[in-house]
Design a protein around this ligand. Structure first.
Ligand SMILES: C[S@@+](CC[C@H](N)C(=O)[O-])C[C@H]1O[C@@H](n2cnc3c(N)ncnc32)[C@H](O)[C@@H]1O
Length: 324
């Protein structure tokens, strides 16, 4: 009996041991999967204060694919060997659809900061986090300031970029006119910007008004620009309003109407007026959700015998060639 009980007990013990073994294996599996998930999500078990300032586990994995492939904890890897190997662990710029480890020191430049802050003020403090795009706009405007000819922006909204440019160039000292064209009522749905011609534009327009990104308060826009002379605010729909630009020499244009048809129409008007070396910045040329602008403007540039440079910011940059 005792022997039989012992045998039964032994069998039960063995069963329990087997279940415990299974449980331990499952726990180990769960722990391993959790660790892998943490790694895949760019997290680390290492406390942040043990790692250098700005250490970003996701960036560490993105820029060190061998570490990602090994499935190890990014923080532990950095401390055990990555630090000694001088591995990249932080981006210099990660916003507005752009992540890079390259130099973005322009952000610390006092002139840039002043200009950007004035842009921010123009847009009621609404921060788009588009520092690199503004950096491009300011660079192009500075280059164009040395050329004969006036400045144009088609798609002004509250005037973020144009205010930043006028601040940076100390506009009242320049003797140039800045033409600022906008409906100040958003996309003109009755005109060339039909949904057929530019899929997605209508939805984007509605969202931008709902979020407060777009303005229809033209008087507030006028007040924003009141500190500068030689500013011509033209309210209405491009292309209908283009003829109000009386300058026959244009050195700089910012094209930012978030819609292909008026942008091409603006370029057709401006092209013969652009002085050699004139700078044109297209805000959305290479932007991820603007394929219509990309196709239409690329075709326009090809017809003019030139090309638009796609920028990693999502912008496009065109320099008017010296000869046709
Ligand atoms: C993205 S916002 C411009 C942002 C501006 N560049 C800035 O620095 O803040 C686009 C603007 O284009 C304007 N717009 C759209 N279609 C237009 C058209 N056919 N004619 C004139 N303005 C237009 C809208 O009213 C809107 O204010």
């Amino acid at each position: 009996m005792f022997g039989r009980r012992t045998g039964k007990r032994a069998a039960q013990d063995a069963k329990i041991a087997g279940l415990e073994q299974q449980l331990a294996e499952q726990k180990a599996l769960v722990a391993q999967l959790s660790a892998q998930l943490a790694v895949a999500g760019g997290r680390s078990r290492v406390p942040a204060d043990a790692l250098p300032d700005g250490f970003d586990p996701a960036i560490y994995l993105a820029f060190n694919p061998d570490v990602a492939a090994a499935g190890v904890d990014p923080g532990e890897h950095y401390l055990s060997s990555g630090q000694q190997q001088g591995r990249i662990y932080a981006a210099s710029y990660a916003q507005d659809g752009l992540i890079t480890i390259h130099n973005s020191d322009f952000r610390d430049d006092p002139d840039f900061r002043r200009a950007y802050a004035r842009g921010l003020e123009a847009s009621d403090g609404m921060e788009y986090n588009w520092h690199w795009r503004v950096h491009v706009g300011l660079w192009a405007a500075r280059a164009a300031a040395h050329l004969p000819g006036d400045f144009v922006e088609c798609g002004v909204n509250k005037g973020f970029l144009s205010s930043a440019i006028m601040t940076d160039l100390d506009w009242n000292t320049r003797g140039k006119v800045f033409w600022l064209l906008d409906t100040f009522t958003g996309l003109d749905l009755s005109g060339v910007s039909s949904e057929d011609a530019d899929p997605g534009a209508v939805d984007r327009n509605r969202t931008h008004f709902e979020s407060g990104l777009y303005t229809n308060d033209v008087e507030a826009v006028r007040r924003n620009f009141a500190q500068w002379r030689n500013v011509e605010i033209v309210q209405g729909t491009v292309p209908g309003t283009l003829a109000q630009i009386t300058s026959d020499r244009i050195a700089f244009a910012s094209i930012d109407m978030n819609s292909a048809p008026p942008e091409v129409a603006a370029m057709e008007f401006l092209w013969p007026r652009l002085v050699p070396g004139a700078m044109v910045v297209f805000d959305d040329y290479a932007y991820y959700d603007c394929p219509a602008q990309y196709a239409a403007l690329k075709d326009f540039a090809r017809r003019c015998g030139t090309a638009i440079l796609s920028l990693p910011t999502g912008q496009g940059l065109m320099v008017r060639p010296p000869i046709d």
